[in-house]
Design a protein around this ligand. Structure first.
Ligand code: GTP
Ligand code: MG
Length: 137
């Protein structure tokens, strides 16, 4: 697939990293085809991360993702899902490769600066969760 979905999470927004992260994303060859600045409700966050509902960190995850604004975007590039996950690095920034967005801008496994879809199917679901057809160009 040629699209993925991302969020710049509340920690990275709070720390002033929106510009630097978007620069890394576009420098890596991703084209932004939809983007918005918004804040998730608890219901949004619970639905978005429903797959993690039974995990011990679910409450913390919803708390974190709703505590401040985020940037949501749909990105276009060949092999978008895999290439974007390589660009952001491992879930735990302590294990993320040098130069990756999480290595550079994330503090912990819970507060890890960015989201990237994990499959083409989820990229389409997550993009549609945040954007209507008229918001994608
Ligand atoms: P996303 O791109 O955000 O989906 O991250 P991921 O695909 O690298 O990881 P995963 O989908 O497994 O987990 C989703 C999110 O839950 C992570 O990005 C973290 O924000 C959070 N999370 C995962 N594991 C832990 C954990 O052990 N503790 C806490 N507090 N949060 C976690
Ligand atoms: Mg995930």
């Amino acid at each position: 697939g040629n699209r993925t979905f991302t969020m710049i999470k509340p920690d990275a927004v709070e720390n002033g990293h929106i510009g630097a992260i978007l620069e890394k994303i576009t420098a890596a060859g991703f084209k932004i085809v939809a983007m918005k600045y918004t804040q998730l409700s608890r219901r949004d966050a619970g639905e978005f991360y429903a797959i993690h509902k039974e995990r011990p960190f679910f409450g913390e995850l919803v708390e974190f993702m709703t505590r401040g604004p985020i940037v949501a975007a749909i990105l276009e590039k060949d092999n978008a899902v895999d290439d974007f996950r390589a660009l952001i690095g491992a879930t735990n920034p302590a294990e993320a490769a040098e130069g990756t967005i999480r290595k550079l801008y994330a503090a912990s496994i819970g507060e890890n600066a960015v989201h990237g879809s994990d499959s083409d199917e989820n990229a389409a679901i997550e993009g549609a969760f945040h954007f209507s057809g008229r918001e994608v160009y």
